[in-house]
Design a protein around this ligand. Structure first.
Ligand SMILES: O=C(O)CCC(=O)C(=O)O
Length: 165
C-alpha cells in the first residue's frame, strides 16, 4: 500500500554463511495479483549460474537488507495473478520495486534448503527467527507429517521476510 519501498537487488545466498551444500529454492506465492505497479518480483535470468556478487548493507540499521550492484536491465518482471508463484534459486538475482498503488501486494515465501545446511547454520549460531526477530519458523523433515505447519509461516531456513505491504 503505497510503501514505495523497493526490495534491493540481491541474491539470497548472500544472507547465509559459507555452507557445504548451497542448494536452495524459494517459492514466492502471490496472495494478491502482483504487477509492476504494485511491486512484483523481478528476476535475473540465468544469474543462478553466476558467482555470488559482493553484497553490502542497504542502510545503517543492524537488520538492513543486503544489496548488490545490479540494474533492472538485467532482470525481467514476473507479474503474477493471486495464487501464482515464482521460484528462484539461492544465487538468482532478484528485486522488487515499491508498491505505488493503494492496494496490498502480499506474498507468502517458502525457502527450502537441505536439512544439513540448516543444522550447519545452527552450529554457527543462527536461530532462524526463533528469537522472534523474523516472522518465520523452521520446518524440518520431521514436521512434514504436519502439513498444517505450512499455514503458520513455516519455511526451511528463510532468507529474510518479504517487504511489508
Ligand atoms: O517480496 C519481495 O519484495 C522480496 C522477496 C525476496 O527477496 C525473496 O523472496 O527472496
Amino acid at each position: 500500500m503505497q510503501t514505495d519501498t523497493p526490495t534491493p537487488a540481491h541474491q539470497d545466498q548472500s544472507y547465509w554463511p559459507e555452507l557445504t551444500d548451497k542448494r536452495a529454492v524459494s517459492v514466492w506465492v502471490a496472495l494478491d495479483d502482483s504487477t509492476v505497479e504494485n511491486g512484483c518480483m523481478w528476476y535475473g535470468p540465468r544469474t543462478h549460474l553466476q558467482p555470488l556478487r559482493a553484497h553490502y548493507k542497504s542502510g545503517p540499521a543492524t537488520n538492513a537488507a543486503l544489496q548488490c550492484d545490479a540494474s533492472e536491465a538485467e532482470m525481467v518482471p514476473m507479474p503474477l495473478t493471486a495464487g501464482g508463484a515464482g521460484l528462484h534459486a539461492g544465487r538468482t538475482l532478484h528485486y522488487s520495486r515499491g508498491n505505488k498503488t493503494d492496494g496490498p501486494r502480499r506474498a507468502y515465501i517458502l525457502n527450502f534448503r537441505p536439512r544439513a545446511a540448516i543444522e550447519q547454520e545452527r552450529e554457527k549460531g543462527f536461530d532462524h527467527g526463533r528469537a522472534g526477530h523474523v516472522a518465520t519458523a523452521v520446518r524440518t523433515a520431521k514436521d512434514d507429517s504436519d502439513a498444517a505447519a505450512h499455514l503458520g509461516g513455516a519455511s526451511l531456513g528463510a532468507a529474510h521476510p518479504s517487504t511489508p505491504v
